[in-house]
Ligand binder design. Structure first.
Ligand code: NAD
Length: 472
C-alpha cells in the first residue's frame, strides 16, 4: 500500500493543511493500492505565495541559468524513468509499450524546451521600439489523469523556459506518478518556490488557483466542461488561459488510400492510450464505394487488438482508469446500439476471459451517421465509428461538422490531394499517412478543443507578455 501524505511547497515536502484522504486504485485489478492526503485551499494559497516570492528573482534569471536548470530537471526525471513506468502501469494501467513511451516523454520535454529556448529572441526591434518578451507571472498548471507525468513536465518545462514560477495541480488520481516526479524535480535543485506541487480536488485547489489574483496564467489540460468554467472564473482577474481540451478527431480515408497501410494506422489512431486520448481518431470517414472492403479489413484489425493485462506485452489496450470511466464507455456502446449503429467488433462488457479490471472490448461501429451521439461526443475509450461519405467535399464537411478541432488524420496515396484536404480541415494538427509527433510544432485545438497552443515557440510565447519600449 502506498501512503502519500506530503505536498511540495516552497522547496520542501510538507504535510498538507488539508486532511481529506483519497483512494488510489489499480485499474487492472480494481484493488485499492494506496491513499493520498489531499491539499486544500489553504495549501493552494501557501503554494501561490511561495511562487509569487520566487518570481521576483526567477523572472530575472538568465537564459543560461534556465537552460542549466532544465537540463538538471531532465536528468533527474530520466534517472527515475523505471519508477515512473512502474507507477504509470500500476495506477493508470497503461500497457507496456505505451507506458514506457510515457515515462520517456516526461524527461524528453525538458530537452525540447531547451532547444526552443536556445533559439528564441527575447528582445527584438519593431520600428522604433524595442520589444521585450517578459515572463507573464505565476502560472497555474492543471493536469488530467491520462498522461499526468507528461503534462506536469511539459507545462513546467515551458514555464521555466519563459522565466515563470508555477503552482501545479496534478490529477488527484495520479498521485504515484506525481510523487516520483516531485522527488526527482526536488533533486534538480531549483530555487525554493519556483515550482510547487499541490495534489488536491479540482473544485478546491484548482478553483483556488483559478480565482487567485496572484496567478497570472492558467495552463489547463482536461475536459471541455471544466475548461469553460476556468475561462468563466478566470475572467474576474483576466487570466491568460491556455486550454487543451477534448476532441472527436476524424480519420479521413480518401478513395485512393492504400488500405493495407491506412487501416492499421486508423485503428491505432483510435486506440492509442487505450482510447483515453484527446487526439484519438474516433470518427473514421470512409468512401462509400470502398466501404465493404474497409469494414472487412478494419473488423479483422480490431478483432486482433488485445485488451487486457497491462503487464502482458501483447496488450495494446489497457483498462479504463476508473469504474466511472468504464461505466461511461459502456453507456456510449449501449447508446450506439440504441441509435442504430451496427457493431462490427467488440460491444458491451469485458473482453472474454476477464471478470475484473476496468477492461473494455475494443469496439468498432459502422453505419454511423455524424449526428449520432457516438459521433458527436468524446467517449474517451476504445470505441470507433465508421461514417460513410460519397465524395471528397462531403468528407471534408463531415470532418468539420463537430464542436471540436484538435487533430485530424488524412490517408491517401496522392500527396498533393492529401495536402489539399488537410488544408481545409479545421484542426490544430493534421497528420497525413502518419501518427508522428513534432514537439517543435504547436499543439492545441480549434473551436471547443481549446484555446492557445503548447510546444515550441508558440507554446513558449503563451507564458510571455510583449513589452514595447520606446525612447526619445
Ligand atoms: P477533468 O477536466 O475532469 O480534470 C482535469 C483536471 O482539472 C484535474 O486535475 C481536475 O482535478 C481539475 N479540475 C476539475 N475541476 C476543476 C475546477 N473547477 N477548477 C480547476 N480545476 C479543476 O478531466 P480528466 O477527466 O482528468 O481528463 C480527461 C479529459 O481531458 C478529456 O476530456 C480529454 O479530452 C482531456 N484531455 C485533453 C488533452 C489535450 O491536450 N487537448 C489531453 C489529455 C486529456
Amino acid at each position: 500500500m502506498h501512503t502519500i501524505d506530503h505536498v511540495y511547497i516552497d522547496g520542501a515536502f510538507v504535510v498538507p493543511h488539508g486532511e481529506e484522504r483519497f483512494e488510489l486504485f489499480n485499474p487492472a485489478t480494481e484493488e485499492v493500492i494506496g491513499t493520498v492526503r489531499l491539499a486544500d485551499a489553504e495549501d493552494a494559497r501557501r503554494a501561490i505565495a511561495a511562487a509569487k516570492r520566487a518570481f521576483r528573482s526567477f523572472s530575472r534569471s538568465t537564459v543560461a541559468e534556465r537552460i542549466a536548470l532544465l537540463q538538471r530537471m531532465h536528468d533527474a526525471i530520466a534517472a527515475r524513468e523505471d519508477d515512473l513506468f512502474e507507477a504509470i502501469r500500476l495506477e493508470y494501467g497503461a500497457p507496456v509499450s505505451r507506458g514506457s513511451w510515457m515515462a520517456k516523454h516526461a524527461s524528453s520535454v525538458f530537452l525540447d524546451a531547451i532547444d526552443t529556448l536556445r533559439h528564441y529572441d527575447f528582445e527584438r526591434r519593431m520600428g522604433i521600439a524595442t520589444v521585450v518578451m517578459q515572463p507573464v507571472g505565476v502560472a497555474g498548471l492543471i493536469t488530467p489523469w491520462n498522461s499526468n507525468a507528461g503534462f506536469i513536465c511539459g507545462k513546467l518545462a515551458t514555464a521555466i523556459a519563459a522565466g515563470c514560477t508555477v503552482v501545479i495541480k496534478p490529477s488527484e488520481m495520479s498521485a504515484l506518478q506525481t510523487k516520483i516526479v516531485t522527488e526527482a524535480l526536488h533533486e534538480a535543485g531549483a530555487p525554493a518556490g519556483v515550482f510547487n506541487i499541490v495534489t488536491g480536488r479540482g473544485d478546491v485547489v484548482g478553483a483556488e488557483i483559478v480565482g487567485s489574483p496572484d496567478v497570472a496564467k492558467i495552463s489547463f489540460t482536461g475536459s471541455t466542461a471544466v475548461g469553460k468554467g476556468i475561462v468563466r472564473d478566470g475572467a474576474a482577474t483576466l487570466k491568460r488561459v491556455t486550454l487543451e481540451l477534448g476532441g472527436k478527431s476524424p480519420s479521413v480515408i480518401l478513395d485512393d488510400a492504400d488500405f493495407g497501410k491506412a487501416v492499421p494506422l486508423a485503428v491505432m489512431a483510435g486506440f492509442n492510450n487505450s482510447g483515453q486520448a484527446c487526439i484519438a481518431g474516433t470518427r473514421i470517414l470512409v468512401p462509400r464505394a470502398r466501404l465493404a472492403e474497409f469494414e472487412a479489413m478494419a473488423k479483422d484489425a480490431v478483432d486482433a487488438v488485445v485488451s487486457g493485462d497491462p503487464n502482458d506485452p501483447a496488450t495494446t489496450v489497457g483498462p479504463m482508469v476508473s469504474a466511472k470511466q468504464w461505466e461511461r464507455v459502456q453507456g456510449y456502446i449501449r447508446k450506439g446500439i440504441d441509435e442504430g449503429a451496427r457493431l462490427l467488433a467488440g460491444g458491451e462488457g469485458r473482453p472474454d476471459g476477464h471478470d475484473r479490471g476496468w477492461l473494455v472490448r475494443p469496439t468498432l461501429f459502422t453505419d454511423v451517421t455524424n449526428d449520432m451521439t457516438i459521433a458527436r461526443e468524446e467517449i474517451f475509450g476504445p470505441v470507433l465509428s465508421i461514417i460513410a461519405y460519397d465524395d471528397e467535399e462531403e468528407a471534408i464537411a463531415i470532418a468539420n461538422d463537430t464542436p471540436y478541432g484538435l487533430q485530424a488524420y488524412v490517408h491517401s496515396t496522392d500527396d498533393a490531394r492529401a495536402l489539399r484536404v488537410a488544408s481545409r480541415i479545421d484542426a490544430g494538427r493534421v497528420l497525413i499517412n502518419t501518427l508522428a509527433h513534432e514537439p517543435k510544432a504547436p499543439f492545441g485545438g480549434f473551436k471547443q478543443s481549446g484555446q492557445g497552443r503548447e510546444y515550441g515557440v508558440l507554446g513558449l510565447e503563451a507564458y510571455l507578455e510583449p513589452k514595447a519600449i520606446l525612447s526619445a
